[in-house]
Design a protein around this ligand. Sequence first.
Ligand code: SAH
Length: 248
Amino acid sequence: MEAIRKVLVAEGGKRFYVRNLNEDFHTQFGFVSKVALAKSKAGDTVRANTGKEFSVFEPSFIDSYGKIKRAPQIIPRKDVAAIIAETGIGKGSVIVDAGTGSGALALFLANIAKKVVTYELREDFTKVAAENVATIGMKNAVIKNKSVYDGIDEKDVDVVTLDLPEPWKALQPAAAALKVGGFIVSYSPTIPQVSDFLDVVAKNKSLVHIKTIEIIEREWEFDERIIRPKSQPIGHSGFLAFVRKIAK
Ligand code: SAH
C-alpha cells in the first residue's frame, strides 16, 4: 500500500485520495491526468477531462489517518489526547505500545514521538497495521508480531501504552522496559480490568498509581438558534489508568 500523496476536493466537499502520481486518477466526475496531478501544489485547482474542478491539498496526518483500515476497535481521539497530555509525549519520546490492533494509537503517537514499537499477538492484525503505517508513510513505527506478556525487547522507554484484555500480565515487562520517571498508561473498557491491573501495580514498589480517568466528550449542534448538546447517547470507550515508575 502506498502513502496518500494528494487529496482532491470536489465542489460540495467530496474528497478523493490519490496514492499513485504515475497514473491518471479516475473519479465519478471524470479523470485527472497524471501530468496535472504531478504538477499540482496545495491550493491549486486541477481539472478533470470533463471540466470538473478539484482543489488540491497535500495530505496532513489527519487526512491520511481518516483512511486507515479498522480491524479491532480503535481508541477514540479524545483518549489519545489525554494519553499525550498526561505523559508529555513529544519529539524525543520512545514508546512501546501493545496491542497494536489497527495501529490507531501507535500512529498518533508515532506522529509526534521519536519512535514507537508496537506489539501484536495476531498476525492478521499486524498486516492491517502495517498497511496503515504505509498509508500514512510513517517511518518511525515498528510492528512486532509477539505477545507483550512474554517480554519487551526495548529498554529505557519513556512510555508504555497498554490496550489489551489483561493488562496486568504486561505489567512486569512494561516496568522492566521503562526508564525511571516513565509512564505506563493502561486503557480498559471495564472497571474490573482496571482494578485487577491496579492490584498488581500496588505490589510493585517501583510503581505508583497516579490516577485513573474517563474522558467524556460532548459535541454540540449549531443550527440557527438551536444550539445545544447533540441528542446522542453518551458512548463509553474506556478508562485510562496512569502509572509512573519512580525507582529502579
Ligand atoms: N490500541 C489499538 C487497539 C487495540 S485492540 C488501536 O488504537 O488501534 C487490542 C489488541 O490487543 C488486539 O489486536 C489483540 O489481538 C491484541 N492483543 C491481545 N493480547 C495481546 C498480547 N498478549 N500481546 C500483544 N497484543 C495482544
